[in-house]
Ligand binder design. Structure first.
Ligand code: PLP
Length: 436
Protein backbone atom coordinates (compact mmCIF):
# COMPACT_ATOMS: atom_id res chain seq x y z
CA UNK A 1 0.00 0.00 0.00
CA UNK A 2 1.23 3.47 -0.81
CA UNK A 3 0.72 5.45 2.38
CA UNK A 4 -0.02 9.14 2.79
CA UNK A 5 3.53 9.52 4.14
CA UNK A 6 4.93 7.97 0.93
CA UNK A 7 2.69 10.11 -1.24
CA UNK A 8 3.63 13.27 0.66
CA UNK A 9 7.35 12.47 0.37
CA UNK A 10 6.97 11.97 -3.41
CA UNK A 11 4.87 15.12 -3.76
CA UNK A 12 7.42 17.21 -1.85
CA UNK A 13 10.00 16.33 -4.51
CA UNK A 14 7.63 17.46 -7.25
CA UNK A 15 5.57 20.38 -5.96
CA UNK A 16 6.51 23.27 -3.63
CA UNK A 17 5.67 21.98 -0.17
CA UNK A 18 4.15 18.90 -1.79
CA UNK A 19 0.88 20.72 -2.44
CA UNK A 20 -1.06 22.80 -4.93
CA UNK A 21 -2.57 25.11 -2.31
CA UNK A 22 -0.53 26.02 0.81
CA UNK A 23 -2.89 25.19 3.68
CA UNK A 24 -3.04 21.55 2.52
CA UNK A 25 0.58 21.08 3.68
CA UNK A 26 -0.53 21.15 7.37
CA UNK A 27 2.14 23.80 8.05
CA UNK A 28 0.36 25.32 11.04
CA UNK A 29 -0.83 22.06 12.62
CA UNK A 30 2.16 19.82 11.78
CA UNK A 31 2.20 16.19 10.76
CA UNK A 32 1.66 14.40 7.47
CA UNK A 33 -1.50 15.46 5.62
CA UNK A 34 -3.68 12.47 4.76
CA UNK A 35 -3.92 12.01 0.98
CA UNK A 36 -7.57 11.55 0.11
CA UNK A 37 -8.74 8.95 -2.37
CA UNK A 38 -12.54 9.13 -2.21
CA UNK A 39 -15.48 10.86 -0.60
CA UNK A 40 -19.04 9.80 0.04
CA UNK A 41 -21.72 11.84 1.79
CA UNK A 42 -20.14 13.33 4.93
CA UNK A 43 -17.01 11.17 4.79
CA UNK A 44 -13.58 11.12 3.20
CA UNK A 45 -11.31 8.09 2.83
CA UNK A 46 -7.53 8.44 2.74
CA UNK A 47 -4.79 6.41 1.08
CA UNK A 48 -4.10 4.64 4.39
CA UNK A 49 -7.64 3.28 4.58
CA UNK A 50 -8.84 5.69 7.28
CA UNK A 51 -12.24 7.35 7.03
CA UNK A 52 -12.97 10.79 8.38
CA UNK A 53 -16.08 12.84 8.93
CA UNK A 54 -15.27 15.79 6.71
CA UNK A 55 -15.73 19.27 8.18
CA UNK A 56 -13.86 20.95 5.33
CA UNK A 57 -16.19 19.96 2.48
CA UNK A 58 -13.60 21.05 -0.10
CA UNK A 59 -13.47 24.45 1.66
CA UNK A 60 -17.14 25.09 1.07
CA UNK A 61 -18.38 23.86 -2.32
CA UNK A 62 -19.85 20.56 -1.12
CA UNK A 63 -23.13 21.84 0.29
CA UNK A 64 -24.72 18.47 -0.49
CA UNK A 65 -21.78 16.34 0.66
CA UNK A 66 -19.41 14.20 -1.38
CA UNK A 67 -20.54 12.38 -4.50
CA UNK A 68 -24.19 13.43 -4.27
CA UNK A 69 -25.94 10.95 -6.63
CA UNK A 70 -27.96 13.65 -8.45
CA UNK A 71 -24.92 15.87 -8.99
CA UNK A 72 -22.82 12.93 -10.16
CA UNK A 73 -25.54 11.88 -12.59
CA UNK A 74 -25.65 15.37 -14.10
CA UNK A 75 -21.87 15.50 -14.33
CA UNK A 76 -21.65 12.04 -15.93
CA UNK A 77 -24.26 13.05 -18.50
CA UNK A 78 -22.30 16.21 -19.30
CA UNK A 79 -19.02 14.30 -19.54
CA UNK A 80 -20.61 11.90 -22.01
CA UNK A 81 -21.37 14.86 -24.29
CA UNK A 82 -17.73 16.06 -24.27
CA UNK A 83 -15.51 17.98 -21.89
CA UNK A 84 -15.15 21.45 -23.37
CA UNK A 85 -16.19 23.17 -26.57
CA UNK A 86 -14.68 26.65 -26.36
CA UNK A 87 -18.09 27.93 -27.41
CA UNK A 88 -21.28 28.86 -25.59
CA UNK A 89 -23.42 26.02 -24.26
CA UNK A 90 -27.02 25.90 -22.95
CA UNK A 91 -25.99 25.15 -19.36
CA UNK A 92 -24.34 28.56 -18.91
CA UNK A 93 -27.65 30.42 -19.16
CA UNK A 94 -29.27 27.74 -17.01
CA UNK A 95 -26.81 28.40 -14.18
CA UNK A 96 -27.11 32.17 -14.70
CA UNK A 97 -30.91 31.93 -14.37
CA UNK A 98 -30.65 29.86 -11.19
CA UNK A 99 -28.35 32.48 -9.68
CA UNK A 100 -30.63 35.30 -10.75
CA UNK A 101 -33.70 33.61 -9.25
CA UNK A 102 -31.92 33.49 -5.91
CA UNK A 103 -30.14 36.84 -6.14
CA UNK A 104 -32.28 39.06 -8.36
CA UNK A 105 -29.75 41.92 -8.04
CA UNK A 106 -27.52 39.87 -10.35
CA UNK A 107 -28.83 41.46 -13.54
CA UNK A 108 -25.87 40.18 -15.55
CA UNK A 109 -23.30 37.52 -14.70
CA UNK A 110 -19.94 36.37 -16.07
CA UNK A 111 -18.74 32.85 -15.30
CA UNK A 112 -15.04 32.39 -14.54
CA UNK A 113 -13.11 29.44 -13.11
CA UNK A 114 -11.92 30.54 -9.64
CA UNK A 115 -12.91 32.94 -6.92
CA UNK A 116 -9.61 34.74 -7.47
CA UNK A 117 -10.57 35.46 -11.06
CA UNK A 118 -13.99 36.67 -9.96
CA UNK A 119 -12.65 39.23 -7.47
CA UNK A 120 -9.75 40.23 -9.75
CA UNK A 121 -12.19 40.92 -12.56
CA UNK A 122 -14.59 42.75 -10.26
CA UNK A 123 -11.76 45.07 -9.20
CA UNK A 124 -10.70 45.72 -12.79
CA UNK A 125 -14.31 46.34 -13.74
CA UNK A 126 -14.84 48.75 -10.86
CA UNK A 127 -11.73 50.68 -11.88
CA UNK A 128 -12.78 50.72 -15.53
CA UNK A 129 -16.32 51.78 -14.72
CA UNK A 130 -15.43 54.58 -12.30
CA UNK A 131 -12.18 55.70 -13.94
CA UNK A 132 -10.59 55.62 -10.46
CA UNK A 133 -7.66 53.61 -9.08
CA UNK A 134 -7.98 53.14 -5.32
CA UNK A 135 -9.51 50.01 -3.88
CA UNK A 136 -10.41 49.56 -0.24
CA UNK A 137 -10.22 46.19 1.46
CA UNK A 138 -10.40 45.12 5.08
CA UNK A 139 -7.61 43.54 7.08
CA UNK A 140 -8.21 39.81 7.46
CA UNK A 141 -10.52 39.55 4.45
CA UNK A 142 -9.31 37.13 1.79
CA UNK A 143 -10.39 37.59 -1.79
CA UNK A 144 -8.04 35.16 -3.54
CA UNK A 145 -4.45 35.63 -4.60
CA UNK A 146 -4.79 38.66 -6.88
CA UNK A 147 -1.81 41.01 -6.32
CA UNK A 148 -3.77 44.05 -5.19
CA UNK A 149 -5.79 42.05 -2.66
CA UNK A 150 -3.06 40.08 -0.91
CA UNK A 151 -2.33 42.78 1.65
CA UNK A 152 -3.45 41.78 5.17
CA UNK A 153 -5.35 38.94 3.57
CA UNK A 154 -6.15 36.36 6.25
CA UNK A 155 -6.62 32.73 5.11
CA UNK A 156 -3.35 30.96 4.23
CA UNK A 157 -1.39 34.15 4.84
CA UNK A 158 -2.69 34.29 8.40
CA UNK A 159 -2.03 30.57 8.80
CA UNK A 160 1.58 31.02 7.70
CA UNK A 161 1.93 34.38 9.51
CA UNK A 162 2.80 36.12 6.25
CA UNK A 163 2.16 39.87 6.13
CA UNK A 164 1.51 39.83 2.38
CA UNK A 165 3.33 38.24 -0.50
CA UNK A 166 6.71 38.64 -2.12
CA UNK A 167 6.44 39.35 -5.82
CA UNK A 168 3.72 41.96 -5.49
CA UNK A 169 4.94 45.28 -6.93
CA UNK A 170 4.85 48.21 -4.51
CA UNK A 171 2.88 50.19 -7.08
CA UNK A 172 0.09 47.63 -7.10
CA UNK A 173 -0.27 47.71 -3.36
CA UNK A 174 -0.09 51.50 -3.30
CA UNK A 175 -3.55 51.57 -4.83
CA UNK A 176 -5.01 49.29 -2.15
CA UNK A 177 -6.08 50.91 1.11
CA UNK A 178 -6.47 48.48 4.02
CA UNK A 179 -8.82 49.38 6.84
CA UNK A 180 -9.70 47.55 10.06
CA UNK A 181 -12.81 45.38 9.74
CA UNK A 182 -16.05 46.45 11.40
CA UNK A 183 -14.85 50.05 11.78
CA UNK A 184 -17.29 52.22 9.87
CA UNK A 185 -15.81 55.45 11.16
CA UNK A 186 -12.44 54.54 9.56
CA UNK A 187 -14.31 54.13 6.28
CA UNK A 188 -16.09 57.47 6.73
CA UNK A 189 -12.76 59.22 7.42
CA UNK A 190 -11.03 57.70 4.41
CA UNK A 191 -13.86 58.65 2.07
CA UNK A 192 -13.99 62.17 3.50
CA UNK A 193 -10.31 62.55 2.57
CA UNK A 194 -9.98 60.59 -0.66
CA UNK A 195 -13.50 59.57 -1.68
CA UNK A 196 -13.25 60.94 -5.19
CA UNK A 197 -10.27 58.65 -5.94
CA UNK A 198 -11.84 55.41 -4.67
CA UNK A 199 -13.14 52.94 -7.26
CA UNK A 200 -14.57 50.38 -4.87
CA UNK A 201 -14.75 48.76 -1.50
CA UNK A 202 -14.44 44.98 -1.61
CA UNK A 203 -15.56 43.09 1.47
CA UNK A 204 -16.37 39.51 2.36
CA UNK A 205 -20.13 39.42 2.90
CA UNK A 206 -19.24 37.87 6.24
CA UNK A 207 -15.52 37.28 6.75
CA UNK A 208 -14.54 33.65 7.17
CA UNK A 209 -10.82 33.75 6.40
CA UNK A 210 -9.61 35.17 9.74
CA UNK A 211 -11.88 32.66 11.39
CA UNK A 212 -15.51 33.67 11.10
CA UNK A 213 -16.25 37.29 12.03
CA UNK A 214 -19.78 38.58 11.95
CA UNK A 215 -20.24 42.00 10.37
CA UNK A 216 -21.52 44.36 13.05
CA UNK A 217 -25.11 45.59 12.88
CA UNK A 218 -25.34 48.01 9.95
CA UNK A 219 -21.72 47.54 8.80
CA UNK A 220 -22.41 46.23 5.28
CA UNK A 221 -25.34 48.63 4.86
CA UNK A 222 -23.04 51.45 5.99
CA UNK A 223 -20.48 50.50 3.34
CA UNK A 224 -23.29 50.65 0.78
CA UNK A 225 -24.33 54.11 1.93
CA UNK A 226 -20.80 55.55 2.00
CA UNK A 227 -19.77 54.14 -1.40
CA UNK A 228 -22.99 55.40 -2.99
CA UNK A 229 -22.46 58.88 -1.55
CA UNK A 230 -19.01 59.03 -3.14
CA UNK A 231 -19.70 57.38 -6.50
CA UNK A 232 -17.65 54.29 -5.62
CA UNK A 233 -18.82 50.70 -6.11
CA UNK A 234 -19.46 48.13 -3.41
CA UNK A 235 -18.24 44.62 -4.25
CA UNK A 236 -19.71 41.99 -1.97
CA UNK A 237 -17.49 38.90 -2.00
CA UNK A 238 -19.81 35.92 -1.56
CA UNK A 239 -17.32 33.35 -2.87
CA UNK A 240 -17.48 31.53 0.46
CA UNK A 241 -20.88 32.56 1.83
CA UNK A 242 -22.84 32.53 -1.46
CA UNK A 243 -25.52 29.79 -1.64
CA UNK A 244 -24.12 28.35 1.61
CA UNK A 245 -25.57 30.37 4.47
CA UNK A 246 -28.91 31.04 2.70
CA UNK A 247 -30.30 30.43 -0.80
CA UNK A 248 -29.30 34.02 -1.60
CA UNK A 249 -26.03 34.02 0.35
CA UNK A 250 -25.15 36.26 3.27
CA UNK A 251 -26.78 39.14 1.44
CA UNK A 252 -30.00 37.11 1.40
CA UNK A 253 -29.64 36.30 5.08
CA UNK A 254 -28.89 39.83 6.21
CA UNK A 255 -30.45 42.25 3.70
CA UNK A 256 -33.65 40.59 2.43
CA UNK A 257 -36.94 40.79 4.32
CA UNK A 258 -39.68 38.13 4.23
CA UNK A 259 -41.20 39.69 1.10
CA UNK A 260 -37.84 39.52 -0.66
CA UNK A 261 -37.23 43.26 -0.53
CA UNK A 262 -33.60 44.25 -0.08
CA UNK A 263 -32.62 46.80 2.57
CA UNK A 264 -29.41 47.42 0.60
CA UNK A 265 -27.75 45.96 -2.47
CA UNK A 266 -24.13 45.94 -3.60
CA UNK A 267 -23.18 46.90 -7.15
CA UNK A 268 -21.30 43.66 -7.75
CA UNK A 269 -21.27 40.22 -6.17
CA UNK A 270 -18.57 37.61 -6.52
CA UNK A 271 -19.40 33.91 -6.22
CA UNK A 272 -17.39 30.70 -6.13
CA UNK A 273 -17.33 27.38 -4.31
CA UNK A 274 -21.02 26.22 -4.08
CA UNK A 275 -21.83 27.70 -7.49
CA UNK A 276 -19.57 25.05 -9.06
CA UNK A 277 -20.66 22.19 -6.79
CA UNK A 278 -17.05 20.99 -6.48
CA UNK A 279 -15.85 21.76 -10.01
CA UNK A 280 -13.91 24.91 -10.93
CA UNK A 281 -16.53 27.59 -11.47
CA UNK A 282 -16.93 31.04 -10.02
CA UNK A 283 -18.68 34.19 -11.19
CA UNK A 284 -19.13 37.90 -10.83
CA UNK A 285 -22.44 39.59 -11.36
CA UNK A 286 -24.57 42.59 -10.51
CA UNK A 287 -25.78 45.84 -12.02
CA UNK A 288 -26.32 45.53 -15.78
CA UNK A 289 -24.80 48.96 -16.53
CA UNK A 290 -21.61 48.02 -14.67
CA UNK A 291 -21.38 44.45 -16.00
CA UNK A 292 -21.83 45.68 -19.56
CA UNK A 293 -18.51 47.49 -19.24
CA UNK A 294 -17.01 44.01 -19.72
CA UNK A 295 -15.81 42.87 -23.14
CA UNK A 296 -17.29 42.26 -25.68
CA UNK A 297 -19.77 45.08 -24.91
CA UNK A 298 -17.42 47.32 -22.97
CA UNK A 299 -13.78 48.34 -22.65
CA UNK A 300 -12.82 46.17 -19.65
CA UNK A 301 -11.19 42.98 -20.86
CA UNK A 302 -11.73 39.57 -19.33
CA UNK A 303 -11.74 36.09 -20.88
CA UNK A 304 -11.17 32.41 -20.07
CA UNK A 305 -10.47 29.27 -22.13
CA UNK A 306 -12.50 27.13 -19.76
CA UNK A 307 -14.96 29.78 -18.48
CA UNK A 308 -18.48 28.33 -18.36
CA UNK A 309 -17.09 24.83 -18.88
CA UNK A 310 -20.07 22.53 -19.59
CA UNK A 311 -19.14 19.88 -17.02
CA UNK A 312 -18.62 22.49 -14.31
CA UNK A 313 -21.90 24.17 -15.30
CA UNK A 314 -23.71 20.84 -14.95
CA UNK A 315 -22.31 20.39 -11.43
CA UNK A 316 -23.33 23.93 -10.49
CA UNK A 317 -26.82 23.64 -11.96
CA UNK A 318 -27.49 20.31 -10.24
CA UNK A 319 -26.11 21.56 -6.91
CA UNK A 320 -28.32 24.65 -6.91
CA UNK A 321 -31.34 22.62 -8.04
CA UNK A 322 -30.93 20.21 -5.14
CA UNK A 323 -30.14 22.97 -2.63
CA UNK A 324 -33.71 23.57 -1.48
CA UNK A 325 -35.04 24.93 1.79
CA UNK A 326 -34.64 21.55 3.48
CA UNK A 327 -30.91 21.58 2.71
CA UNK A 328 -30.44 25.00 4.33
CA UNK A 329 -32.61 24.13 7.34
CA UNK A 330 -30.62 20.92 7.81
CA UNK A 331 -27.25 22.65 7.69
CA UNK A 332 -28.45 25.46 9.98
CA UNK A 333 -29.66 22.88 12.53
CA UNK A 334 -26.45 20.84 12.36
CA UNK A 335 -24.40 23.98 12.75
CA UNK A 336 -26.29 25.06 15.88
CA UNK A 337 -25.94 21.57 17.34
CA UNK A 338 -22.21 21.38 16.69
CA UNK A 339 -21.56 24.88 18.01
CA UNK A 340 -23.36 23.99 21.24
CA UNK A 341 -21.44 20.71 21.62
CA UNK A 342 -18.12 22.43 20.91
CA UNK A 343 -18.87 25.15 23.44
CA UNK A 344 -19.79 22.70 26.16
CA UNK A 345 -16.73 20.49 25.53
CA UNK A 346 -14.38 23.49 25.70
CA UNK A 347 -16.17 24.86 28.78
CA UNK A 348 -15.91 21.49 30.51
CA UNK A 349 -12.15 21.44 29.81
CA UNK A 350 -11.82 25.04 31.04
CA UNK A 351 -10.63 26.37 27.68
CA UNK A 352 -11.35 30.06 27.22
CA UNK A 353 -12.80 30.61 23.75
CA UNK A 354 -15.46 32.17 21.59
CA UNK A 355 -17.45 30.40 18.93
CA UNK A 356 -17.50 32.84 16.08
CA UNK A 357 -20.44 32.53 13.73
CA UNK A 358 -22.20 34.18 10.81
CA UNK A 359 -25.27 32.29 9.67
CA UNK A 360 -24.40 28.59 9.62
CA UNK A 361 -20.67 29.27 9.26
CA UNK A 362 -18.60 29.06 12.41
CA UNK A 363 -15.11 28.70 13.79
CA UNK A 364 -13.48 28.67 17.19
CA UNK A 365 -11.12 31.33 18.55
CA UNK A 366 -9.12 30.51 21.69
CA UNK A 367 -8.52 32.86 24.61
CA UNK A 368 -10.81 35.54 23.21
CA UNK A 369 -13.86 35.54 25.48
CA UNK A 370 -12.99 38.91 27.04
CA UNK A 371 -13.18 40.82 23.76
CA UNK A 372 -14.72 38.46 21.20
CA UNK A 373 -13.30 38.68 17.69
CA UNK A 374 -14.53 41.58 15.63
CA UNK A 375 -11.45 42.31 13.51
CA UNK A 376 -8.15 40.87 12.31
CA UNK A 377 -6.10 42.22 15.24
CA UNK A 378 -8.33 40.36 17.69
CA UNK A 379 -8.24 37.22 15.52
CA UNK A 380 -4.44 37.30 15.49
CA UNK A 381 -4.22 37.95 19.24
CA UNK A 382 -5.88 34.62 20.05
CA UNK A 383 -4.13 31.60 21.61
CA UNK A 384 -3.64 29.93 18.24
CA UNK A 385 -1.22 27.42 19.80
CA UNK A 386 -4.23 25.58 21.24
CA UNK A 387 -5.51 24.58 17.82
CA UNK A 388 -2.87 22.04 16.61
CA UNK A 389 -3.38 19.64 19.57
CA UNK A 390 -7.15 20.08 19.26
CA UNK A 391 -6.98 19.44 15.52
CA UNK A 392 -4.84 16.30 15.86
CA UNK A 393 -7.03 14.84 18.59
CA UNK A 394 -10.01 15.26 16.28
CA UNK A 395 -8.10 13.79 13.33
CA UNK A 396 -7.06 10.77 15.38
CA UNK A 397 -10.73 10.27 16.26
CA UNK A 398 -11.73 10.36 12.59
CA UNK A 399 -12.74 14.00 12.12
CA UNK A 400 -11.14 16.06 9.39
CA UNK A 401 -11.16 19.73 10.45
CA UNK A 402 -9.67 22.66 8.55
CA UNK A 403 -5.92 22.50 9.25
CA UNK A 404 -5.87 26.11 10.47
CA UNK A 405 -7.61 27.99 13.27
CA UNK A 406 -8.28 30.84 10.80
CA UNK A 407 -10.69 28.83 8.67
CA UNK A 408 -14.40 28.12 9.01
CA UNK A 409 -15.81 24.65 9.67
CA UNK A 410 -18.04 23.42 6.86
CA UNK A 411 -21.04 21.14 7.18
CA UNK A 412 -23.19 19.62 4.46
CA UNK A 413 -26.74 18.35 4.18
CA UNK A 414 -25.24 14.83 4.03
CA UNK A 415 -23.94 15.02 7.62
CA UNK A 416 -26.21 12.40 9.16
CA UNK A 417 -26.67 11.36 12.79
CA UNK A 418 -23.82 8.84 12.65
CA UNK A 419 -21.42 11.47 11.32
CA UNK A 420 -22.46 13.98 13.96
CA UNK A 421 -22.06 11.36 16.68
CA UNK A 422 -18.47 10.73 15.56
CA UNK A 423 -17.72 14.45 15.76
CA UNK A 424 -19.46 14.99 19.09
CA UNK A 425 -17.79 11.94 20.65
CA UNK A 426 -14.38 13.30 19.63
CA UNK A 427 -14.83 16.76 21.17
CA UNK A 428 -14.11 16.14 24.91
CA UNK A 429 -10.65 14.64 24.34
CA UNK A 430 -9.81 17.32 21.79
CA UNK A 431 -10.89 20.02 24.25
CA UNK A 432 -8.64 18.44 26.89
CA UNK A 433 -5.77 18.48 24.38
CA UNK A 434 -6.43 22.19 23.72
CA UNK A 435 -6.39 22.89 27.47
CA UNK A 436 -2.94 21.38 28.02
N1 PLP B 1 -13.02 35.14 -1.85
C1 PLP B 1 -13.27 34.47 -0.71
C2 PLP B 1 -14.17 35.09 0.32
C3 PLP B 1 -12.69 33.23 -0.48
O1 PLP B 1 -12.95 32.58 0.66
C4 PLP B 1 -11.86 32.67 -1.48
C5 PLP B 1 -11.22 31.35 -1.27
O2 PLP B 1 -11.27 30.76 -0.24
C6 PLP B 1 -11.62 33.40 -2.65
C7 PLP B 1 -12.23 34.62 -2.81
C8 PLP B 1 -10.74 32.84 -3.73
O3 PLP B 1 -11.35 31.75 -4.36
P1 PLP B 1 -10.44 30.66 -5.13
O4 PLP B 1 -9.70 29.90 -4.09
O5 PLP B 1 -11.45 29.85 -5.88
O6 PLP B 1 -9.55 31.44 -6.04
Amino acid sequence: MTTSADLFATAQGLMPGGVNSPVRAFGSVGGVPPFMVSGEGPRLRDADGNTYVDLVCSWGPLLLGHAHPGVLEAVHAAVDRGLSFGASTPAEAQLAELVQQRVPAVERIRMVSTGTEATMTAIRLARGFTGRDLVVKFAGCYHGHEDALLVAAGSGLATLSLPGSAGVPAGTVADTVVLPYNDLSAVEELFAERGERIAAIITEAAPANMGVVEPGEGFNAGLRRITAEHGALLILDEVLTGFRVHPAGYWGLSALDEAGTAAWTPDLFTFGKVIGGGLPTAALGGRADVMEFLAPLGPVYQAGTLSGNPVAMAAGVATLQYADGVVYDTIDGLSRQLQAELRSALDAAGVDHTIQHAGNLFSVAFGTSRTGVHDYAQAQAQEAFRYPPFFHAMLDAGVYLPPSVYEAWFLSAAHDDAAMETVIAALPAAAEAAAA
